[in-house]
Design a protein around this ligand. Sequence first.
Ligand code: CA
Length: 379
Amino acid sequence: MKIKNVTCHVISSAVEAPFTSSRGWLYKRRGTCLVEIETSDGIIGWGECYGPPAVAKAFIDTQLSSHIIGRDPFDVEVIWEFLYNRIKDYGQSGMAIAAISGIDIALWDIIGKACGKPIHKLLGGAFRTEVDAYATGLYFTNTDRLIAEAVEEAQGYVQDGFKAIKMKIGLGSIEHDYERVAAVREAVGPSIRLMVDANHCFSVPTAIRLGRKLEQLNIEWFEEPISPEDIDGYVEVTRALDMAVAGGENGFTRWGFRDTITRKAMDIVQPDVCAAGGLTESKKIATLASAHGVECVPHAWGSAVGLAATIHFLAALPDQPPSLFPFQPMLEFEQCENPFRDHLACEPITQVNGKVRIPDGAGLGIEIDRSVIEKYRDA
Ligand code: CA
């Protein structure tokens, strides 16, 4: 079996109610680059790249795809190393690695379909049949009623069955952030697991001051308190706070995560399988983390393809640490408007009582609805 064709599909859709985070830019569209790889045997594999979809497509079309045509898709490690070494003089991180990620996921999908096995079996087996999912949301939509909208949205997730919620923070005032998180905690009650995500908008002292206040509200982790480049700063924040500090959605490859993990600059690293180097590389990052007593809880922000890949990756992560009543790694199930998460798979990935079943079909275990690609096609 040989790789015959590599096709990138750039798709996007307008968001009805644009939202923002501490970054300040408005999310007006959701879009992604899907990677379709066809083999000489007629097997089709799907992958997804995180980040600006047109850039991922350009990278794959001009730098990567010609180097994998004619290769055996089972040589997924060999292909990964080849592609990385081919582009590392100008692409050790960022979109270059996101592009490799999309190819890598598609190859795993092909291998699974060729063997008739789900990807988690290929990764060594599933530690669980379903994953605990947390709702990511509580962005900023209406700045006149930031607290009310957060409370209403959180209550909606609880009604939907979620047992864990991650909310955005970063309102430019420690008191205002605390007030909003406190209102959500009050509304959802003490038994819902609650996380906060600052999208790296704070300085080290502000993150520590806010973190100490938020700890009173039983917050499970503080995500991206400060800028991802500042590993020394992460060491400071992580040592200063009792609650876990998380980050890494903008990290790439085992080398990109190495210093963060070996210095225990965060308690939890969050590689995104569609960005950090695909399933092949995310496994290595998770192993590196495990060896240093750092948890790995992947980031996810994509279509049904990226979500399915993330679920297989999670399925194959051991409990951290193993115990009678373990804290299992949770699935980030973002809940903002996104037709590609909801409609791209013929049978959508859904949660019931805060749990998502791990797909057991071959490969990613999802079937792609091509009419959705055609409907939202940009390129
Ligand atoms: Ca985040």
